[in-house]
Design a protein around this ligand. Structure first.
Ligand code: ADP
Ligand code: MG
Ligand code: ZN
Length: 481
């Protein structure tokens, strides 16, 4: 029997507000432990939460950008459980009345567009952080840092519409790109500002009913999510084939062993005793405010991509990559403003530039080559100041030093040789040095021509204009020069 995986993802994204969701404490990261905690976020008796308007605005932005319906009425609810990093004994979240519902995100799978449904988006507060002692004195203890307690989160719950680990990766990348375009979340999985729990089940192909799912946690990169899903799908299919049942449970991804291990039985919603938080009034969101926010939305990835295809006449593939982050799209447009051949810019960015960045694990905003410098270099290439081969070297040098191309070319003496007399001298030298090959060529063995051109280019350390070398060499070999 053939099995089909079914995946639904729950993403928690930290909103980039300056203060916490229900109090005025700063959300700034990496501060002295417990230096940013007050009676509200540590749940002291008598303290009362007040909703942060900016956090609601950010969540609405996300709702609109994911084609969701913003609820005119939503309610904060208490999710009750005990954990040392949760001082109140409950987390303020949403349950029956989430902030937004019925959205979708479009992803591209093997060239085809596919919609992944978003069941709901709700707002909630983050928990604190536990730190376990590592030195001989601290080892017996665990410590709680409440700085993160009350940092605003949105939880985005996808429909069970994802059919492979690869699709899960695409969905996550797209969602993250949207959050980054909106500037409401940094989207950093390693730092935990963008976290994902993955629900996965398998079912016989053709069956409409969903199988029993497990929930996977503890993946802190896209790669881990995909690997954990791949492992888990194989594990579940194996179990079913052996006549066993899949147990509904929460499993942890073990990064060292590359396996998932059972953590606990899956808790059900009723275990949490959800009820509306009596300290907070329901959120009534004015339609006018929603429209205002909608008008203020920035250009989103899909729109930018379409515009790039239209305005710059670049292939969809290029547009997809160039708009995958806002900084990359800006880099491209800054460059095209100075050098107006978009496809050439795109080729250099997707080739040399991204290769170097990837090798150094750098983001484009850390790229030593500025868009202006790249554009200047392309202008020099176009007007013949440098050859194509030298351009590659100039690029490498720009990347290494951050210097402008003009300075590099001058310092290294890389100006292209366009002087006919000098090229003639070099071509003559190559002909004299290779009488055998010249004879071969004249007997009709045309292949050796390329070699002779190469020799001439080598002689000038790549500085000769290859077109001129070609023309002159051909003339000379035919006895016309
Ligand atoms: P809970 O709050 O208990 O985690 P939800 O109903 O909110 O449950 O669903 C959480 C996620 O699990 C959603 O993304 C949903 O698409 C996904 N999901 C639900 N059932 C299945 C299933 N049988 N197989 C795979 N994913 C599922
Ligand atoms: Mg869940
Ligand atoms: Zn506080």
């Amino acid at each position: 029997m053939e099995y089909e995986p079914v995946i639904g993802l729950e993403v928690h994204a930290q909103l980039l507000t300056r203060s916490k969701i229900f109090c005025g404490c700063s959300t700034s990261f990496g501060e002295e432990p417990n230096s940013q905690a007050c009676p509200v976020c540590t749940g002291q008796p008598g303290s009362l939460p007040v909703i942060n308007r900016k956090a609601v605005e950010f969540a609405i932005k996300l709702g609109l950008a994911t084609n969701s319906r913003i609820a005119p009425y939503s309610v904060f609810a208490r999710k009750n459980y005990f954990y040392p990093d949760l001082p109140k004994g409950y987390q303020i979240s949403m349950y029956e009345y989430p902030l937004a519902e019925h959205g979708f995100i479009e992803i591209t799978v093997q060239g085809e567009k596919k919609r992944i449904g978003i069941i709901r988006i709700h707002m909630e507060e983050d928990a604190g952080k536990l730190k376990h002692g590592e030195t001989p004195e601290t080892a017996p203890f665990s410590y709680v840092d409440f700085n993160r307690t009350g940092v605003p989160l949105v939880e985005i719950v996808s429909g069970p519409d994802i059919r492979s680990p690869h699709e899960a990766g695409e969905y996550l990348r797209r969602l993250r790109t949207i959050l980054q375009y909106l500037e409401v979340c940094t989207g950093d999985m390693e730092k935990g500002t963008f976290r994902c729990d993955a629900n996965v089940s398998v079912r016989p192909k053709g069956q409409t009913e969903l199988g029993t799912r497990t929930e996977l946690k503890n993946m802190n990169s896209f790669r881990h999510v995909e690997k954990a899903l791949e492992y888990e799908i194989k594990r579940q299919i194996g179990a079913l084939k052996d006549g066993e049942k899949v147990v509904q449970e929460t499993r942890l991804w073990d990064t060292d062993q590359n396996i998932t291990v059972s953590m606990r039985g899956k808790e059900e919603a009723h275990d949490y005793r959800y009820f509306p938080d009596p300290d907070l009034v329901p959120l009534r969101i004015d339609g006018k405010w929603i429209e205002e926010i909608r008008k203020g939305l920035p250009e989103l990835p899909d729109q930018k991509k379409e515009r790039f295809i239209q305005d710059y006449k670049i292939p969809e593939y290029d547009a997809e990559i160039l708009t995958s982050t806002k900084t990359m799209a800006n880099y491209f447009e800054d460059c095209v403003r100075v050098f107006s051949e978009p496809k050439t810019v795109s080729n250099w960015m997707m080739g040399d530039l991204l290769r170097e960045l990837k090798r150094d694990e750098r983001e484009i905003d850390q790229c030593p080559v500025t868009p202006k410098h790249l554009a200047e270099m392309l202008n020099m290439l176009k007007d013949g100041t440098i050859s194509g081969k030298i351009a590659k070297d100039v690029f490498e040098e720009m990347y290494r030093t951050g210097e402008p191309p003009s300075g590099i070319v001058k310092e290294k003496g890389w100006i292209q040789i366009l002087d006919m007399e000098e090229i003639e001298r070099v071509v003559e030298k190559v002909i004299q040095a290779n009488p055998k090959l010249v004879e071969d060529y004249q007997k009709g063995k045309e292949k050796v021509f390329g070699f002779l051109v190469g020799e001439a280019m080598k002689e000038t350390k790549g500085k000769a204009n290859p077109k001129l070398v070609n023309e002159l060499l051909k003339k000379k070999l035919k006895g016309e020069g």
